[in-house]
Design a protein around this ligand. Structure first.
Ligand code: GUN
Length: 283
């Protein structure tokens, strides 16, 4: 079997076209959704993510801003910035790029963002709302993965392995998959014989950041493979999955780059649109 490519760039493009139409409708009512991204320091990869988020927002008609603070900024100054954005009615979505420098508590910062502007879905209130089935901002990478999987058929009854138990990807995607009636096994660094167990799974989602972790040899024939890894090796972005060998066994596979990445950015835009709608009492 040669896998069909789950092309995140194409799927994201189609999804963004739908978002652009909705933005246009809101603008006709005098509402321009705004995404404001805060970045601390000069990490190249983070800066490039932040710029792509802003460019993508503007491309679909949203307004967007970047607040760039020095790497040595005091925690209080960052908290003041967030407070100002919380109180600014023209700002619908606030996203503080993580990781943050060590003088700043990530926990404090993420908790300072008003939950109704937390388009990342990282605030404890929003995480609680997700787990209790209330309306909320669903974290963007998990939401993007679910959107990709819509192109592979129903998840009901499928056995899914999620590798990696982070708060940003592994845990929330396991929750969303369970809601979609899949049976989920959440695997991690202490899972015994992890790699050999993968053969039993219809879907494998790897979100570890370990290049070459999963190869075709480990997969069930016809498995669906979603690679969330994004490591830099020899200045190239690579995932957790050995693409060539996995492609020969899988039925669907995401490339890196061009798989999950574009979907994450698209879901930031999706959540910003929702924030603008909810703020104005729509939906
Ligand atoms: N850094 C890496 N991924 C993300 C993300 O989804 N949101 C934020 N805020 N920072 C990130």
């Amino acid at each position: 079997m040669t896998a069909e490519l789950l092309n995140g760039r194409e799927i994201a493009k189609a999804y963004r076209a739908g978002l652009a139409e909705e933005v246009e409708k809101l603008k006709a009512q005098g509402i321009t959704p705004n995404l404001t991204v805060v970045i601390v320091g000069n990490d190249g990869a983070s800066l490039s993510y932040v710029r792509s988020k802003n460019k993508a927002a503007e491309k679909i008609g949203m307004s967007s801003g970047i607040i760039h603070l020095d790497a040595d900024v005091a925690e209080t100054e960052l908290l003041d910035t967030i407070e100002r954005l919380n109180n600014d009615d023209t700002v619908n979505g606030i996203l503080v790029q993580v990781p943050l420098p060590e003088q700043i508590s990530e926990e404090k910062v993420l908790e300072a963002i008003a939950p109704h502007k937390d388009v990342d879905g990282f605030h404890p209130t929003n995480i609680g709302r997700l787990y209790t089935g209330q309306r909320t901002f669903v974290p963007c990478t998990p939401l993007g993965i679910m959107e990709l999987l819509k192109h592979t058929g129903p998840l009901e009854g499928k056995d899914v392995a999620v590798i990696g138990r982070s708060h940003i990807v592994g845990q929330p995607v396991a929750k969303l998959l369970t809601d979609a009636h899949a049976t989920v096994t959440l695997m991690h660094s202490r899972t015994q014989g992890m790699i050999d167990k993968l053969k039993h799974f219809d879907v494998v989602i790897s979100a570890v950041g370990a290049p070459g972790l999963v190869t075709g040899m480990h997969l069930k024939e016809g498995a669906i493979v979603v690679d969330v890894g994004n490591s830099v090796v020899d200045e190239k972005l690579v995932g957790d999955v050995d693409f060539e060998s996995a492609k020969a066994v899988a039925s669907y596979i995401t490339p890196v780059p061009g798989g999950v990445g574009p979907m994450t950015i698209t879901m930031v835009l999706n959540n910003t649109l929702l924030a603008a709608k909810w703020h104005n009492g729509l939906e």
